[in-house]
Write a protein that binds this ligand. Structure first.
Ligand code: ZN
Length: 164
């Protein structure tokens, strides 16, 4: 989770509240001026109304920024949630050669065929990347540098004197 996004949203929220509070105070000042016994000073009233208009515009801009920040934040939380859900379908698996990979859990397969995914991509990039291949080594579909030893085949090389 990117906490700087939350901080940005909270910062915008408090600025928006502050700006709205200022606009409310100005509005009250205008009301008070209009209600006062003495004849309102037109210059003063005009200045206050201008201030109010500016403050309301600022508050409006901040509300738009705030709502954008909240939307981004909501999207990130949803992505994070989906990733955690997907990740929980896999369990750590030790290969025959003691490499660690992730394997689809039988009880979470949902009809998908048995498969392994790359632990590097999962942990570092929050990415589900399949591990494929036939021989002793299998490789991550995202990066060919992520290879995993699953087994070790011993070949019977012809020895000298084998009669040819
Ligand atoms: Zn990988």
């Amino acid at each position: 989770m990117d906490f700087s996004q939350i901080e940005t949203a909270l910062g915008l929220a408090s600025s928006a509240l502050g700006t709205t509070g200022k606009a409310v105070a100005t509005f009250e000042a205008v009301k008070k001026l209009l209600k006062s016994e003495k004849k309102p000073d037109n210059g003063e009233a005009d200045a206050l109304l201008n201030t109010l208009a500016t403050e309301l515009t600022t508050a409006n801009v901040m509300n738009v920024q705030l709502s954008e920040a909240l939307k981004v934040l909501g999207r990130q939380l949803k992505q994070q949630d989906e990733f955690e859900k997907e990740k929980s379908r896999y369990e750590l698996f030790r290969t025959g050669q003691n490499d660690m990979v992730f394997k689809l859990r039988v009880d979470a397969a949902n009809g998908q065929p048995d498969h392994f995914i790359c632990p590097v991509c999962l942990n570092r990039d929050k990415l589900v990347s399949f591990i494929t291949g036939e021989g002793d080594y299998k490789r991550c579909q995202t990066s060919s540098e992520h290879t995993f030893a699953f087994s070790k085949t011993y070949y019977n090389w012809p020895t000298s004197g084998s009669g040819w």
